[in-house]
Design a protein around this ligand. Structure first.
Ligand code: HEC
Ligand code: HEC
Ligand code: HEC
Ligand code: HEC
Ligand code: HEC
Ligand code: HEC
Length: 280
């Protein structure tokens, strides 16, 4: 680029330079990875399917695959409660949920035991020996329309929306429309709240990308500390992680949540509010 910026260059060379530069830029942006990823794209899934997990390890022996929706559960509980206290893996089908573990009060059965109350009503039981099994299909619901009570549109009707993928969860929490529970009697252990850390910025490796602002405070509302430290961000020392947008897209670092359950990576401006450096 520097070559092209030398002044008093003959007109023709300058034009050639410009054409070459735009071809380069064009190539750069159309490279399979770069083009797909660095350019804003429409959301990949319907908002109602965003964060949907189909549990199917026992698809053959059980009453069919189970559909778990994040939108329904995250409106009521924090990520930390399920992924740290109850211990669900952050990867589909990696936890090894079974009818037995549920009946013993682990996994889904930590809440779905027919006894624990939510809003004053017992939460329907998972994999009970109830032989008429009226609630089985509420979870074992893949390809069984009408089996479930809640649907996305009715459930989220009152919640603020985000243009990229449905509910704007940050706003919903801030406006008090949802109050995710962070403690489960008999499962969570009361600990003194960790001191919130300051917001900080992550310097991008490319000089034309503004630093990325990361808010510890806003993340801790949902994730506590343990969801990120030490597993996703191994050390608690700043600037020890080699961030990159490609690793995010592969599902590492920020991409462990963003793109699966938290807002997707094509919402560039949420993390890069100033855009690239050429945007004033
Ligand atoms: C009610 C419990 C619950 C809550 C609350 C919850 N999750 Fe999950 N999450 C699960 C379960 C169950 C799975 C699937 C695990 C399995 O299949 O082994 C899962 C899977 C995931 C996955 C992997 C998805 C995939 O497609 O591989 C991510 C990422 C994730 N959760 C992030 C979050 C984040 C971020 C939050 C908070 C905004 C959150 N979860 C809230 C229970 C929960
Ligand atoms: C932290 C507590 C908690 C955990 C853990 C949990 N749930 Fe739930 N779940 C709830 C509550 C509360 C409701 C709402 C129940 C109601 O209103 O009847 C609910 C509702 C549901 C519904 C909606 C049913 C319908 O008819 O629309 C499904 C499906 C469901 N859960 C599946 C699961 C599965 C599968 C798991 C385990 C992978 C799981 N849940 C783990 C608390 C939990
Ligand atoms: C709250 C959600 C929920 C409800 C309600 C539920 N299950 Fe399950 N069940 C699960 C999950 C999650 C799995 C693991 C699915 C997988 O990985 O294939 C499972 C697995 C099973 C399995 C697989 C075999 C095994 O040994 O693990 C059987 C059998 C089963 N459930 C029976 C039932 C019956 C019968 C009912 C109704 C009385 C029922 N379940 C209701 C969540 C539920
Ligand atoms: C969840 C937050 C998040 C979202 C959403 C996001 N980025 Fe990034 N991005 C980052 C972080 C963190 C870095 C810092 C990587 C580093 O150190 O260079 C980064 C770095 C970059 C870089 C510098 C090159 C690199 O790989 O480090 C480019 C270019 C970039 N992002 C473009 C985009 C574009 C275009 C989008 C939308 C399609 C986007 N980003 C969406 C968090 C995000
Ligand atoms: C969503 C993920 C996430 C959550 C949740 C989170 N952190 Fe961090 N934390 C980070 C990242 C990313 C860094 C920077 C790592 C790097 O640059 O190498 C970091 C850095 C740190 C550092 C070193 C930098 C500093 O500010 O001194 C400390 C200490 C820390 N976190 C503590 C905490 C505590 C305490 C909590 C809970 C209140 C928490 N973190 C919650 C992602 C998270
Ligand atoms: C453990 C899961 C997790 C990880 C890892 C994570 N986030 Fe988030 N982040 C969330 C959740 C949950 C929210 C709430 C909004 C939502 O769910 O869409 C959020 C919200 C945000 C917001 C909006 C908050 C605001 O300031 O208004 C930004 C920006 C953000 N994340 C950037 C990042 C960046 C950059 C990284 C990587 C350094 C990162 N996140 C890593 C879960 C995560």
């Amino acid at each position: 680029m520097r070559m092209c910026s030398i002044e008093n260059r003959p007109r023709r060379t300058e034009r050639r330079c410009r054409i070459a530069a735009s071809i380069c830029a064009g190539l750069f942006l159309t490279l399979p990875g770069f083009g797909q990823v660095y350019l804003p794209q429409p959301p990949v899934t319907q908002p109602s399917d965003y964060g949907k997990v189909v549990l199917s390890n026992h698809a053959v022996t059980g009453p069919g695959p189970v559909v778990f929706d994040h939108w329904l559960h995250r409106a009521r509980f924090t990520c930390r409660l399920c992924h740290v206290d109850i211990g669900f893996a952050m990867q589909a089908n990696a936890t090894g949920v079974s009818a037995t573990s549920n009946r013993q009060g682990f996994h889904c059965g930590a809440c779905h035991d027919g006894k624990r109350l939510f809003n004053g009503k017992p939460i329907f039981a998972a994999c009970s020996d109830d032989t008429n099994g009226k609630d089985c299909d509420r979870c074992h619901s893949l390809d069984k329309p009408g089996a479930r009570k809640y649907d996305y549109n009715t459930f989220t009707a009152e919640l603020p929306k985000d243009t990229f993928y449905g509910v704007d969860w940050i706003a919903a929490e801030k406006e008090g429309k949802i109050k995710p529970v962070d403690f489960l009697e008999g499962i969570s252990v009361k600990t003194a709240p960790m001191e919130a850390r300051k917001d900080f910025s992550i310097k991008a490796r490319l000089s034309w990308v503004h630093p990325i602002v990361f808010s510890h405070e806003k993340h801790a509302i949902w994730n506590g500390c343990e969801l990120c430290h030490p597993e996703i961000f191994p050390t608690a020392r700043k600037e020890s992680v080699e961030f990159s947008m490609f690793l995010n897209i592969e599902g590492r670092y920020c991409g462990a949540c963003h793109g699966k359950v938290a807002f997707p990576l094509n919402h560039c401006s949420a993390c890069h509010p100033q855009g690239p450096l050429w945007v004033p």
